[in-house]
Design a protein around this ligand. Structure first.
Ligand code: MG
Ligand code: MG
Length: 263
């Protein structure tokens, strides 16, 4: 069962989703070589609680942290910890909030210092694939159109799409129907319509699409050990058109300021 949202509900979801973007901007401010990933998690948790919201992932099916921090070959669901980030790491940070009864969920992949060309392009193209998917999330299209756009774009570079994990509906629950695969055929799956709120989140691997899970029951890695990138926006279909509820604006503002400061 899909729960379609009213415009009032979508506004509340937007508030939660915007808080995720602001939280990820706090992460952007401090992410650098030498920082422990648990430090990023603490900053995010404090920031979310200071804004009268709850970290949505903490305790979700037993997940122990505020952020999923996934470094290099970790695709998603990585645990923050004492691991120090180093120059050249590619780091996906996924964050969720619960505010006024509604969930926000968004993810961004960060470069730690300078990345090699291969990783930099993987990041850029994964982000571009997200926007290509969003563009076709219109009323009258089907869910498969989104996956088709993501898949055809990234596969043109020889990358692969993770199949075992997908995007999702969201609202009063963190994960709702429908599933939103990042692969598929145009015209397949449910028809998109007014009030649908979904997270589109391509997880794109440099090498093979197969993944493995660590013994911690969470951490998902690429089977071949090559890097993976992940971006996620939360969108709603309003007046037939895809509307992005989350925002990367604050994150990218902070990243730009850091480049200027370093120059
Ligand atoms: Mg999600
Ligand atoms: Mg997420």
């Amino acid at each position: 069962m899909i729960s379609y949202k009213s415009e009032e509900e979508i506004e509340l979801i937007r508030q939660s989703s915007l808080l995720v973007g602001k939280t990820l901007a706090e992460v952007a401010r401090i992410i650098r070589p030498g920082i422990k990933t648990i430090e990023l998690d603490k900053v995010a948790e404090t920031f979310i609680r200071d804004h009268k919201a709850k970290p949505a992932f903490k305790g979700y099916n037993g997940f122990p942290y505020t952020l999923c921090i996934s470094v290099n070959d970790v695709v998603v669901h990585g645990f923050p910890g004492d691991q120090e980030l180093k120059e050249g790491d590619l780091v996906s940070v996924d964050c969720g909030t619960l505010l006024n009864g509604f969930y926000g969920d968004s993810a961004y992949t960060f470069a730690v210092g300078e990345l090699d060309e291969e990783k930099r392009l993987l990041m850029e193209r994964t982000k571009e694939s997200l926007y290509r998917g969003i563009k076709v999330a219109k009323a009258g299209n089907r869910i498969g159109n989104i996956g088709y756009e993501v898949q055809s774009y990234v596969e043109s570079f020889g990358y692969s799409v993770v199949r075992d994990l997908v995007g999702h509906g969201i609202g009063r629950n963190l994960h709702e129907s429908p599933e939103v695969p990042n692969y598929g055929k145009r015209g397949d799956g449910i028809m998109l319509r007014q009030g649908l709120v979904i997270c589109i989140e391509p997880m794109i691997n440099l090498g093979v699409r197969q993944v493995t899970q660590d013994r911690d029951g969470w951490t998902i890695r690429t089977a071949d050990g090559k890097p993976s990138a992940h971006y996620e926006h939360q969108i709603a279909i309003i007046k037939g058109e895809p509307t992005i509820l989350s925002s990367f604006d604050e994150i990218e503002e902070v990243l730009k300021e850091k480049v200027v400061a370093a120059a």
